[in-house]
Write a protein that binds this ligand. Sequence first.
Ligand SMILES: Nc1ncnc2c1ncn2[C@@H]1O[C@H](COP(=O)(O)OP(=O)(O)O)[C@@H](O)[C@H]1O
Ligand SMILES: [Mg+2]
Length: 259
Amino acid sequence: METKANISPLAKEAPPRKVVLEITDLKKSFGNNNVLNGFNLKLYEGENLVIMGKSGSGKTVMIKCLVGLMQPDSGSIKVMGKDISTLNRADMDELRTEIGFLFQGSALYDSMTVRENLEFPLRRHEHKFGNISDPTPLVIEALESVGLVNAIDLMPSELSGGMQRRVALARTLILKPKIILYDEPTSGLDPITAKEIIELMRRVQQQYHTSSLIITHDVDCARVVSERMILLVDNINYAEGTFEQLKASKDEKIKAFFK
Ligand SMILES: Nc1ncnc2c1ncn2[C@@H]1O[C@H](COP(=O)(O)OP(=O)(O)O)[C@@H](O)[C@H]1O
Ligand SMILES: [Mg+2]
């Protein structure tokens, strides 16, 4: 694409890796607001890919299209090689168990304890996991990986913002997803708590061997967790590269991110 900044894509030099998620020429408008106007990305197995874009640039819209919460106007989305527009409800539901989604905010169920929050996805996807007579070991395993076993019988309202986000991550991990989508995982957190969440994201990737798509406008988060980054500017995947490559760019629109 002519408008794209000239940054050498790393993918060319790296050995071929399996693509677990692929977005091709995604378009989505609201009236005459062309939020996404030909957005592309590939997420490779086991990598942490960060998408950075200004507030209102279409990051959440992109992720909603990805999980089927929003219909794109055109373009294709493939998850593990399957075009999601061709899947029926049952197949889509099945695919959802492979994709963990950490929403902006934590979105825990307020009226349920931490334990009940974590059991919920297991029951919802009983067809995949079978009727688990005692989900406690799975709940404890997931809570252990976020360091919060002690909170098992607490209500979400009794937890700090950072703890709520960790519980939300545990609720995602309990399904053992292959891909995790993080939408602004550090937004609204103080810098120390944000750092804990960032560390946790790295640990989760090592422990569960997940591929992650991390949407953020937090430069520190991007620096620490990204192996590769895509910048969403002017409604497209404007530039791509490692944090260091992008940071060194002379392009004004790219430089604006690192100021
Ligand atoms: N359901 C909707 N109806 C109309 N406009 C929307 C809707 N959802 C998002 N938008 C618009 O799309 C643009 C991108 O939004 P969003 O993806 O939430 O941005 P961000 O990059 O901050 O996550 C914004 O201009 C927003 O107003
Ligand atoms: Mg958003």
